[in-house]
Structure formats: structure tokens, C-alpha cells
Design a protein around this ligand. Structure first.
Ligand code: AKG
Length: 267
């Protein structure tokens, strides 16, 4: 197992870090029961962003985007105090939740995710202090297609050009990487309940799941509300203030700080 960087203090230079055992076994069991329900009720088609456009495609368990605005349990997970403590350690005390996505690769079937940066997909988000929590819902390793990161590739915040993969993978798009870059990639192997946080500019991706084990993760995306603004007229889901102060666009965000009730009617 090679996870050389597990320290929040290295996040700024490496572009990622790991927090082990953030959720306990019982908490993960409850989240996985919710996931099973979602998988059972999956519609035949889903609208996803693929090949540079939104399109309707046959549903897959990698495409479960934005469960949080419509379901209390996913929204509560996004403001779980221990998850937010980890986010605060890298992004500071003023935090907005901007998106989430369940990416579950079935045994022997999961789609690969080609090398990419996140930021170039999010035109409604302005600023660099944006990070994704990747919460492992299963034990993950190279065998079942864990996420891999190319450290330090966020340096200078480059906006890399996207090119078609011409292949069947999650995004249909990738960026040009050198052999040296690929050799530097770090597999983020971890147990269910652990999480990594990666910068929105750092290169990352994953291989298909060729194992007989599922590989599921819940990605929750946060930003520093002081330095990042989200144009909620263009953004496709509500933005939630989950900790601290909301900054210049605070009036546009839903207040979900500790003690605040969930939006009306959410079960
Ligand atoms: O789950 C994966 O393999 C990739 C996740 C990813 O690209 C992301 O969270 O930004």
C-alpha cells in the first residue's frame, strides 16, 4: 500500500490528503443501506454530463449525481461534524457545500474515470479553494478501481484542455498526461469510512473495477465561502452554507449550519 501523503498539512502542496476512520462501521452500514435503496430504485435512464454535454444515457450506478438536495440522509451526511472537521482542516472554517455524487462501480464492471481536473467542469464556481471529499463506502484498493491522484499537478492552478477519450468511461473526456506523470500517481487505498480530500485542480482518475467486490464512494464537494463564489443562477443544485460565514454571496445560499433545520418537506 503506498499512500505517502496522509497529512492535512500537506494538502496545499500535494493537492490531496487522507483522513482515516472518519465514519465508524455502524455509520457506514446505515449509509450503505441508503445506497442499496437508491440502487434498487434506479430509473432506466439518467441525465449525465458526458462527452462535454448533458445527455440521457442508460442508468449506471456510477451516475448517481446530486442525491443530497432531495434526501435528508445524504444532506445530513454532507454536514456530518467529523466530515466537516476534515474539510475545515484543509479549506478553513467558512464552508459551502456545492455538489455531491455517488460513484459506485459494480463488481467486474465499473467504468474507469480518465485523468481529469474537476474545476474545468464547473463554470458557475469562481475561485480555487474548492475540495472534494471522497468518502469510501467500501474498502477500496487498486483491485476494485480506487481513485488515484497525481500529486502537485494543481500547482499554479492550470486550466488543462479537455480531449475526447473516444472510449466508454465516466466522463468521455480526459487531458494529456506524460508517462512520468502517470508513474507518479498515488492510489488512495483505504477502508470504508475513511476519506480523502482532493483539490479541484489536481489530476485524478481511476481504473475499471475488475474485482469481484463493489467499489462505492460518496463524493461531497465544498469550497471556502470567503474566497470562492458560486453563481446560483447558473449552478444546477442549491448551495448550502454548512459552517462559518457565507461571504459575498451568502444571501444566495441555504443556511444549513449546525442547529439549522433541513429545508421543509425533506425526508
Ligand atoms: O471515483 C472515482 O474514481 C473518481 C472520482 C472523481 O473524479 C472525483 O471525485 O472528482
Amino acid at each position: 500500500m503506498s499512500n505517502p501523503n496522509t497529512n492535512a498539512a500537506d494538502y496545499r502542496t500535494a493537492g490531496y490528503c487522507l483522513f482515516r476512520e472518519v465514519l465508524d462501521t455502524e455509520e457506514i452500514r446505515v449509509v450503505n443501506a441508503e445506497l442499496e435503496a437508491l440502487l434498487r430504485d434506479m430509473p432506466e435512464t439518467l441525465v449525465v454530463y458526458k462527452d462535454g454535454e448533458h445527455k440521457e444515457v442508460p442508468a449506471r450506478s456510477e451516475y448517481l449525481t446530486e442525491p443530497h438536495p432531495g434526501k435528508a440522509s445524504w444532506l445530513e451526511l454532507c454536514r456530518h461534524p467529523r466530515v466537516l472537521d476534515a474539510v475545515e482542516a484543509v479549506l478553513g472554517p467558512d464552508l459551502i457545500l456545492i455538489m455531491s455524487h455517488i460513484i459506485a462501480k459494480r463488481p467486474g464492471d465499473g467504468l474507469p474515470v480518465a485523468w481529469h481536473q474537476d474545476n474545468t467542469y464547473w463554470h458557475s464556481v469562481e475561485g480555487t479553494e474548492v475540495g472534494t471529499v471522497w468518502l469510501a463506502l467500501d474498502d477500496v484498493d487498486l483491485g476494485n478501481g480506487c481513485m488515484q491522484i497525481i500529486p502537485c499537478t494543481h500547482e499554479g492552478y492550470p486550466e488543462m484542455e479537455k480531449v475526447s477519450t473516444g472510449d466508454d468511461d465516466l466522463l468521455g473526456l480526459t487531458v494529456e498526461v506524460t508517462e512520468d506523470m502517470v508513474e507518479a500517481a498515488v492510489p488512495l487505498e483505504m477502508k470504508a469510512g475513511s476519506l480523502s480530500i482532493h483539490d479541484s485542480y489536481v489530476l485524478h482518475g481511476s481504473e475499471p473495477n475488475t474485482s469481484d467486490r463493489r467499489r462505492a464512494a460518496y463524493t461531497m464537494r465544498y469550497a471556502n465561502a470567503r474566497t470562492v463564489t458560486v453563481d446560483t443562477r447558473k449552478h444546477w443544485v442549491p448551495v448550502y452554507l454548512v459552517r462559518g460565514e457565507g461571504g459575498a454571496n451568502a444571501a444566495d445560499y441555504i443556511d444549513l449550519r449546525p442547529g439549522r433545520a433541513l429545508p421543509g418537506g425533506l425526508a
